[in-house]
Design a protein around this ligand. Sequence first.
Ligand SMILES: Cc1cc2nc3c(=O)[nH]c(=O)nc-3n(C[C@H](O)[C@H](O)[C@H](O)COP(=O)(O)O)c2cc1C
Length: 247
Amino acid sequence: MANNYRDFLKDSIRKTIDFSETAQSRGEAEPPWHKPCRPDEKKITLVAAGEWKIPGIGLEDAIARRMSRRRFANAGLSIEELSFLLWATQGLRAAATAKHNFRTVPSAGCRHALETYIAALRVEGLDKAIYRYLPIDHALVEAARLPGLEGLLAEATFGQRFCSAGAATFIWTAVPARMEWRYAEASYKVIALDTGHACQNLYLACEAIDAGTCAVAAYDQERMDKLLGVDGDEEFTVYLAPVGKTP
Ligand SMILES: Cc1cc2nc3c(=O)[nH]c(=O)nc-3n(C[C@H](O)[C@H](O)[C@H](O)COP(=O)(O)O)c2cc1C
């Protein structure tokens, strides 16, 4: 079956790219590691790695228990638990330097083209709103405060009501320019691969806090982008995952 969409999964494109012409090779400035925020935006500091009290869980147990969970208890998440989940999915694993921002997940060329948004529905200390994670600062900034957030989330996921039934819904966007700077047209497949790493870590980290999640790739692109206030071109939604305590 001839199907050009399959080429997306292949790396044949690499041989067609003149890497001496990429933005990086042309000497253009590296895009920022996460979307900058305005000076007037209030940063909400999260609990730092090592300062939280997360019960230990064996890696083998976490892997064996992992499953997609679509039913959640009413209990919320503590800010400590949310901090842990954000760290596990996009946080720094070592202090950032001028050259590197190594995170808890791998990324092609360490480009880290994802942004993480949290639709906080029941998180201790956070008003119901959408927040954006700043991995370098390990902090949140408010991105949008929308009445009827649960309904909007369900609508933007084609009525998958469990997407707004948890305590917090993780929504990942891609900022392709960050990857394109080095890899040009070879960026898109690796961004998708990177997204999977983040979500798998979320699945495993959830197991450590008696919570569950479910990867969701079926969503209404335009509605979800509008919800987040992103332009749908320089930045757009790629994946989401509601998180809640297990019933
Ligand atoms: C890329 C991807 C997209 C998915 N999209 C959805 C989705 O839109 N809705 C849903 O209910 N589950 C979705 N899932 C969850 C799968 O249905 C689930 O992983 C699969 O049934 C296997 O179950 P398990 O995760 O419990 O092993 C998705 C999973 C992946 C990895």
